[in-house]
Design a protein around this ligand. Structure first.
Ligand SMILES: [Fe+2]
Ligand SMILES: [Fe+2]
Length: 399
């Protein structure tokens, strides 16, 4: 009996100590990436305000003594259908950061802290860098996805940011999926700022009544730019990173409004390179899938204003088109746009597409992939890798 009491005391002590440990830590780039960095995290227990400590990174172990501390009011968010899971969410944009600098940060409730993690701010003006792009995670959060994140981190350790092409989880009203998604990716998301496109599965929150409405748990999970059209904040936006404009579209609603916005964002664009990301493929690889309205609304603008590549998901296979202009293959990658569909997670589909003739590479072999894009002053080098680290596709645009 004594033994059980001691266990009970220990267990209570343990749970009190970690009662308000921060979870689901995720960095996100801001529109002005040289001086800002956004981050979100949450607690499962009631916390009035979270804390963020940050300082320029250094090798010594006194970061906690000189770090600046910010208080972040928590927002209460129900993450399950039926209002059954309550989280206390913190979301903040750190501003006035030094450009081209590595910062150390940690988050917590003031008593319980995460480890010290690091991130890096962008350089001003055009400078070479590499980013990572992943197709849908969706399945295999703590089984198959961690090995992919690990391989991507080994392949591009200095990646500036990661882009996820949507369908982060399968059913967003099941909170355990978010839990598993963030746990499986914690090493990556605490180091690399993440840009996420919103997939059709994000909208399944309100499956019964409001299938065309973004559920209330998307925005608290992420802290993405709010520079898109009104009503589409944090799902349609752009980030400028070292001379590259990365534009994210929301393929699920208000497409006409986004096309209008896209025109302005492409027209007034001082960057060297422009890349777009959207969940649904413009030239889909899946059976019976076709979305002509995306091609009609977005491609003429992208062609006119020199978008180089469009990064997509949704079809759970790998396809990369030849460079295309007006739906036709062109010889020179600099004169067309390459459209990629990829998949990161364990959900896999066959390829049955009416656009097969446009695909330079197509693979549907139940494999996981990740991609890197390296931007240089005169070239964009794109590579796709299997989860084993083999580069199975390579595409270069020179201009
Ligand atoms: Fe999808
Ligand atoms: Fe998907």
């Amino acid at each position: 009996m004594k033994h059980f009491s001691a266990m009970l005391v220990l267990a209570l002590g343990f749970s009190a100590l970690f009662a308000a440990a921060p979870q689901r830590i995720i960095l996100s780039p801001c529109e002005q990436s040289e001086n800002n960095m956004a981050l979100a995290f949450r607690f499962y227990e009631a916390v009035d305000s979270g804390k963020v400590q940050y300082t320029l990174n250094a090798p010594d172990v006194n970061l906690h003594k000189r770090a600046e501390t910010l208080c972040v009011a928590t927002e209460k968010v129900f993450t399950n259908a039926g209002d059954s899971v309550l989280h206390y969410v913190c979301s903040i944009r750190l501003s006035d950061l030094q450009e081209d600098s590595e910062y150390a940060y940690r988050v917590g409730d003031g008593r319980n802290w995460s480890p010290w993690y690091t991130f890096r701010t962008a350089k001003r003006g055009f400078n070479d860098f590499t980013m990572v792009y992943l197709g849908d995670p969706q399945w295999g959060f703590e089984t198959y996805l961690p090995r992919l994140y690990q391989r991507a981190m080994l392949t591009a350790p200095d990646a500036a940011f990661w882009f996820l092409a949507g369908d982060l989880v399968d059913y967003p009203y099941q909170d355990w999926q978010w839990d598993a998604f963030f746990r499986g990716a914690s090493q990556a998301f605490s180091r690399y700022p993440v840009i996420s496109a919103v997939g059709n599965h994000a909208y399944l929150w309100a499956y019964r009544d409001h299938r065309d409405t973004l559920p209330p748990n998307w925005r608290p999970h992420l802290t993405q730019p709010e520079n898109g059209p009104e009503g589409l904040e944090e799902t349609c936006f752009y980030v400028d990173w070292q001379g590259v404009r990365f534009i994210v579209l929301n393929g699920n609603e208000q497409l006409e409004k986004q096309a209008e916005w896209l025109k302005g964002v492409l027209k007034k664009n001082p960057n060297r390179w422009t890349v777009a990301g959207i969940h649904q493929g413009f030239y889909p690889s899946g059976y019976n899938r076709d979305y002509p309205e995306y091609r009609r609304l977005f491609i003429p603008l992208m062609e006119k204003y020199g978008v180089s590549m469009v990064l997509q998901g949704h079809d759970h296979a790998y396809t990369r088109t030849y460079p295309l202009k007006k739906d036709k293959i062109v010889d020179d990658p600099a004169k067309g746009i390459a459209y990629v569909i990829s998949v990161a997670g364990a959900k896999q589909y066959p390829i049955q597409s009416k656009f097969g003739d446009l695909f330079a590479v197509q693979k549907a072999e139940s494999e996981q992939y990740f991609q890197t894009l390296s931007f240089y002053a005169d070239s964009l080098v794109y590579r796709s890798y299997t989860v084993s680290g083999d580069c199975h596709d390579h595409y270069v645009i020179r201009k």
